[in-house]
Design a protein around this ligand. Structure first.
Ligand SMILES: C[S@@+](CC[C@H](N)C(=O)[O-])C[C@H]1O[C@@H](n2cnc3c(N)ncnc32)[C@H](O)[C@@H]1O
Length: 218
């Protein structure tokens, strides 16, 4: 086949190619919920990122803490699929990602008190009041994170929106299951990993507000 025929064949294949069905391709959380006790050995240090987007944080975190087991949940199935593929190519077998809504995936995750760290990176794209229910951070997430974190476990939130950072710190300070680390704000990210939004904010010289809270006995 000469080059012209090959190009024509490529064009025909492209034109007849089915649209990519990320709903079908994206890894889904197990039916009935993810049982961390079943999936990981007892001594495993488990970390969770909620809303990982394009996944840079998970990939850099896997390099920074290669012995830890990382779980990610992302509602955009396209990104869940792509990040899963990227982790496979990089042979990061300690990263497991799921395409799904954390509002349904988290309540089904068990057992309580099994996770060492939860990361919520730049959870605030929604500004308008009517979008409030689409925000990642809220009462429901706090309840689930409180349930899943072990005592002393870390809850790390980053944002480039100052008012939101203040609101998150207030929510955590008011919640009996959390204790802010110091005054709650960190001047650096201690986890050796940047999210895509964080990397962009650093490159653009934007301020980043970081909050660390620990699971308290309450
Ligand atoms: C502003 S982006 C930040 C992405 C990434 N964490 C970063 O810092 O680059 C918020 C992410 O949360 C995801 N998200 C929003 N609602 C979600 C939900 N209910 N469950 C899981 N992920 C969600 C979005 O699809 C998006 O990828």
């Amino acid at each position: 086949m000469d080059a012209v025929d090959r190009t024509r064949q490529d064009d025909e294949e492209r034109a007849t190619a089915l649209p990519v069905r990320y709903d079908e391709l994206a890894p889904a959380a197990p039916e009935g919920g993810l049982d961390l006790a079943e999936a990981y050995p007892q001594e495993a240090e488990i970390e969770l990122e909620i809303g990982f987007g394009r996944g840079l944080f998970l990939i850099e975190r896997a390099a920074a803490a290669p012995d830890h087991q990382l779980v990610g949940i992302e509602i955009k199935r396209k990104w869940a699929y792509r990040v899963e593929q990227r982790c496979k190519r990089l042979e990061l077998s300690q990263v497991r990602v799921f395409g799904g809504d954390m509002r349904t995936v988290l309540p089904e995750m068990r057992p309580a008190g099994r996770i060492a760290r939860v990361f919520l990176n730049f959870p605030d794209p929604w500004w308008k009041k009517r979008h409030a229910k689409r925000r990642l951070m809220g009462e429901d997430v706090l309840e689930q994170v409180a349930r899943l974190l072990r005592l002393g476990g870390e809850f790390f939130i980053q944002t480039d929106v100052e008012e939101r950072a203040a609101e998150y710190a207030r929510q955590l300070a008011d919640h009996p299951a959390f204790e802010l680390e110091g005054d709650g704000s960190l001047d650096h990210n201690p986890y050796g990993a940047r999210s895509n939004r964080e990397k962009r904010a650093i490159e653009d010289g934007l301020p980043i507000y970081r909050i660390l809270a620990r699971r308290a006995a309450g």
